[in-house]
Design a protein around this ligand. Structure first.
Ligand SMILES: [Zn+2]
Length: 303
């Protein structure tokens, strides 16, 4: 609004006044490219993008969310919204480019709930590969995937591991911690908390409080129904549904901003440290290159 007013001001009599009012804005505009470079990939011009890649030292973040039910009270995009909140705040502290919204992960177990976007496994892997390939082609020689969704816990290490199939001129890193482990912080009130419960709801009270419907938090049960009788070391894909058919695991009633702020501070700081470690890592690119080269003639490898 201010700029439009400045451009269109028709009266000469106001000229001096307007130049005084508008001057700071012109000054901002002139110094903006070097002083304040957005961390959002989609907000940069092509020229500023080049500068962003340099400033990030070729390290880029790919925050990875999902669209799935989160209990009766949280939005479908909870994981996407939270991981982007944490990743963007971390990127502001330790400059890296942040890829736009990405939510094409593993969520087959929520296909019975409204609003779930569940892509087939071939598409998940192919799209992620093309995305990181394209990021690398644009200068992201280190791609740090920041996971925001527990259903990706097997997908992402598998994706990173299979980068060794054939040569790539970039390294994929995965940061897969969503919450602080161990003691410290405000005490939890609920004894079981796995999905849409006290922890996740508390995070949303910090990142997007206007999207949290606390009055609906107890309208469905998030209790463990424990319907499957198998030992813990035997895995089935249906395990989640047998325990939590409402796609709600825990009790969000106890959620509070104090816990959310503690967790979010931890998450932002942990991502920031991961970015710093990845930027400083010169071993992985070098040895990955060596590995690719050796893998073309394994019989020559010295034991
Ligand atoms: Zn979630």
């Amino acid at each position: 609004m201010t700029r439009r007013f400045c451009r269109r001001g028709p009266f000469v009599a106001f000229g001096i006044l307007l130049s005084v009012v508008c001057w700071p804005h012109f000054a901002d505009a002139q110094s903006a490219p070097s002083a304040k470079l957005s961390v959002h990939w989609e907000e940069l011009t092509a020229a500023d993008f080049r500068q962003g890649i340099q400033r990030s030292q070729g390290t880029c973040l790919l925050p990875f969310g999902i669209l799935e039910k989160h209990g009766p009270h949280l939005p479908l995009g909870t994981d996407l919204l939270d991981v982007r909140y944490a990743a963007l705040h971390a990127a502001e502290q330790e400059y890296v480019l942040v890829f736009p919204e990405y939510y094409f992960g593993q969520i087959a177990e929520a296909k019975h709930e409204p609003g779930t976007m569940s892509y087939t496994r071939a598409i998940q892997l192919a799209l992620l590969q093309e995305t990181t390939d394209e990021m690398a082609r644009n200068g992201c020689k280190k791609v740090l995937i920041v996971n925001g969704h527990g259903g990706n816990n097997s997908l992402l290490p598998y994706f990173a591991q299979t980068q060794l199939e054939k040569p790539h001129d970039y390294v994929v890193y995965v940061f897969n911690e969503l919450e602080p482990s161990g003691k410290g912080g405000p005490p939890m009130k609920s004894s079981m908390d796995m999905h849409g419960g006290e922890r996740e709801t508390s995070n949303m009270l910090i990142s997007h409080p206007d999207l949290v419907h606390m009055d609906r938090a107890s309208s469905e049960s998030g209790a463990d129904q424990a319907r499957q009788k198998l030992p813990e070391n035997v895995y089935t894909g249906i395990w989640w549904y047998t325990r939590f058919p409402n796609h709600y695991a825990g009790d969000a009633v106890a959620a509070n901003k104090e816990l959310g702020q503690y967790q979010m501070n931890w998450w932002v700081d942990a991502i920031k440290k991961a970015i710093q470690e990845v930027k400083a890592d010169d071993v992985s690119p070098k040895l990955q290159k060596e590995f690719y080269e050796k893998s073309t003639h394994p019989l020559d490898t010295q034991q």
